[in-house]
Structures are given as structure tokens and as C-alpha cells.
Design a protein around this ligand. Sequence first.
Ligand SMILES: Nc1ncnc2c1ncn2[C@@H]1O[C@H](COP(=O)(O)OP(=O)(O)OP(=O)(O)O)[C@@H](O)[C@H]1O
Length: 329
Amino acid sequence: MCLVWENLTVELPSKTSGSTRKLLSDLCGYAEPGHIMAIMGPSGSGKSMLLDSLAGRLSSNVKMSGKVLINANRSSTDCRDISYVTQEDFFLGTLTVRETITYSAHLRLPRKMTKQEIHSVVDNIIMEMGLQDCADTKIGNWHSRGISTGEKKRLSIGVETLTNPHILFLDEPTTGLDSASAFFVIRALRNMAYDGKAVICSIHQPSSDVFSLLDDLLLLSAGETVYFGEAKMAVKFFAEAGFPCPTRRNPSDHFLRCINLDFDIIAEALLRYQNICAIPESSSYPVNIRTAEIRETLIEKYKCSEFSNNTRRRIQEISVTGFIKFCIS
Ligand SMILES: Nc1ncnc2c1ncn2[C@@H]1O[C@H](COP(=O)(O)OP(=O)(O)OP(=O)(O)O)[C@@H](O)[C@H]1O
């Protein structure tokens, strides 16, 4: 099952002035089975907003236009085809990991399934998510320590994949985790993608190990596309646009350094306090260019790049297989 979005725009109408604020501008892209598509961008760039738009969870105060299409051979989309792992979890601290998954399985799986079948689904989820060592540990709460944050995150993913969804959305699954736990979570998602799911997640500044597990990348800045395409080709795009990733630097650090407008504010503040230069001389970043200018250049270069053309072509190719209109306004 593929997901495609075309000219997706989300606006926030002002109740007082009558004007509107664009939160997402004219986004185009796709997510395919077998792939992890990561949405990266500075805080407030619209990552969660895009996930919510694609999953049909937008709040009522914003207005969406454009298309979000799901490719399938059925006339309607079964809600079990899509799962969404939010940043927060709502587990009962007194239950163990196994009890939590079993409890959820009884609620979510078809009633005709036998206890034995449910038991086997639960065992599989525990194995897939690498939760064997803590399967019988209580989740814990504010007054009794339980499983770790990384284990809790993998439990959230496990619970959401009980119904074997075709498309899995995750809002910042690695936030708050150390690099090893983050890698473990993304590797579990990688295995799910190999299983044929389309995985779409927002992610903050992944380590280079985690970055290497991503297939496709959407770089967002203030609701606009800076890059959409294969994750491993983003370095080429930045180099061709005139902002090569310095050697031995984590690519995602470089991308975010080029598009996070907060760096301009930091630079101005530092200059105001008489610092000669906001960026160390040893840095290979262009010191005379503001991040706002770099960002504008990248957005313009992307629009006429081979990557943007490839995206349009791929959307067209996927469309030929037949789509069901999921949402349009
Ligand atoms: N329901 C809403 N009504 C009004 N504004 C909203 C709403 N939801 C999000 N926004 C605004 O849209 C922008 C994008 O928010 P979003 O939560 O998508 O950012 P994000 O990239 O996920 O940020 P973070 O990484 O900090 O979670 C922000 O400026 C936010 O204040």
C-alpha cells in the first residue's frame, strides 16, 4: 500500500485579522511499502502537522487543501491498515509488558481469534520488538521504576503493530533516547519495513548510524520542502546546491544547520555581545551567508532539481496502479 500527497497545504486562518498563516506549503511526496520515510526539520517546521495531515488527524482549526491518496485494491480504507504511534504513551504502570500487549490484543484483534492464536501474536510482537528481557517487568510509573524509556517506546510501537497495519506513522520515535536505544528502535522499524509496511516517521537530528537506516527523506523548513528523495542522495543535493557536507560531519547535523533559522538569531545575539564571529573559523560553513539565505537557495534549487522531477515522476508511476481518493478538499 502506497501513500501519496500532492500540493498539500495547511493553513491556519486568523480569527481576528482575516489573514491566514501557511503551516505547510505545497508539499509533494510518497511513502512506499518496504521503505522508511523520515521527516526531518527544525522544531516548529511542521513535521507533526504533516504526519497528522497524512493520517487524517488534523485539528479542526486548520484548513487543508491538496490530495492525500492511498493506493489499494479496495473501495475503502480499513482503519486497521493505518497505525499511529504518538509521542506520549498511555500505559498502565502496574501491568507488565506482556500483560499490556495481551490486553491490547484482546481489544484490537478479531473476536474469533482463539486464546492460543492471540498468545502467539503477543509472543511474536515481543520477539520483533526485542522485548524478551523485560517481557515480565512492570511498566512502572512515577513512584515505582519500571522499564526504560527505549523499551517503553518499543512497546508503544509493538502495541500499534498488533493489527499488522500496512502504513505505520510515528511521531518522533527516537526523541529522548540515547543513540543506542534510538538505533534499536529504528532497526525494529527497518525490520517492519522489510515485512512490507510503509513506515513514515518524524525524527530529530538522527546519528549517522540511524541516518543510514532511512530510505527516503523529507527535509522541511517552516512548512516548505527543502529536499524530498532518497536519504543517501541528500548529501549530493546539498553539494550541488553549493553547501557540501563537511567531511566527517554527520549529514543530518549539516542539513539542519543549513535550514534552521534559529541559527540566525543565535548569530545576531552573539554579534550583539561583541563576538567577532558567530561561527568558529575552523568551521567550513559559509560565514557570510545567513541561514535564511541558504534555506531560500536550497528551496529554489530543489524546485528545479532532478530530485523534484523524480518525485513527480514516481508519484505519476504509482498513480498508474490505481488510487482511492482518501482525502481532498
Ligand atoms: N492546531 C494548531 N493550531 C495552530 N497552530 C498549530 C497547530 N498545530 C501546530 N501549529 C503550529 O504549526 C507549526 C508546526 O508545528 P508542528 O508541531 O508540526 O512542528 P514540529 O516540526 O513537529 O515541531 P517539534 O519538532 O517541536 O515537535 C508550529 O508553529 C505550531 O505552533
